[in-house]
Write a protein that binds this ligand. Sequence first.
Ligand code: ATP
Ligand code: MG
Length: 329
Amino acid sequence: KKVLFSGMQATGNLTLGNYLGALKNWVTLSDEYECFYSVVDMHSITVRQDPATLRKRARALLTLYIAAGLDPKKNCIYYQSHVSGHAELSWILNCFTYMGELSRMTQFKDKSAKHADNINAGLFTYPVLMAADILLYQADVVPVGIDQMQHLELTRDIAIRFNNIYGDVFTVPEAYIGKVGAKIMSLQEPSKKMSKSDENPNGSIYLMDDPDTIMRKCKRAVTDSEACIAYRDEQPGLKNLLDIYCACTEKTTDEALREFEGKGYGDLKMAVGEAVVSVLKPLQDEVARLEKDKSYIDSIIKENAEKASYFANKTLRKVQRKVGFPDRI
Ligand code: ATP
Ligand code: MG
């Protein structure tokens, strides 16, 4: 089986963007690949976090992976911080990554503008840790949203650079971008992507939002004054609503446009809200059920950290040997 790696940060409550851009694809791909799905808590601290909140969110995120349909007996679902190989490989890869490459990363530019009081070295080397996450498991494929494409390109460059020096050590991974939902935009500012760390809660639909909240957020979504339902860049708010609708109902854009021909924005917003509610309801019920089973989740955490460490260490030992670290006796 080919190997798949992906992860999410425990930086906030998951949004519909995270679900449609990533988690939903993970579930579809999980039968076909040997999968590693990580809660990347080490990435989370590149932005200041409250410790108790981070711990709580990390657990909620791991539970959500399972609730979304990832079988933790078949997929390795674990906390990044429980597998020390991520940090160890990350250090080595830092020495094979150029400052110039990292300076070009748009996520670094965005996040350092947003957190000007805390532009730490971790925020800068974030993509190197991400490269380590992926290369540690010799992943063939990495399902991500479009916003992570630049980081994935860098991961490939680092892998190729390392392989050119030391021989074939790393598998060079490919991105997997889903057909729909690869970039869901904020409902309030459709020029910005929906983000779980956004301060304005009305811009994002959270996976745990109740039906009334979802309907309200959809009704208030920013559109335009054209009063005509079309799918085009000049109407970004509407385009985003149609993308959400199609991703939730598995319809094509053409089908959706036909369905809303001659109808108003209000009708579309209602339909989007209802489609989102019906996708999220089963997920929310499953989360509620799993949260009651503490010992089950605990056992998953322990087992999977061991399993991930086993695979991680295989790559790590090989890399350490290649770069010239002394053998262990
Ligand atoms: P943060 O604001 O803290 O960076 P985030 O919402 O960007 O949070 P991440 O944990 O960075 O979430 O990313 C998790 C996954 O979700 C990645 O695969 C990313 O590409 C995807 N993703 C994030 N936002 C969107 C979006 N708006 N549309 C589609 N996919 C997204
Ligand atoms: Mg992000």
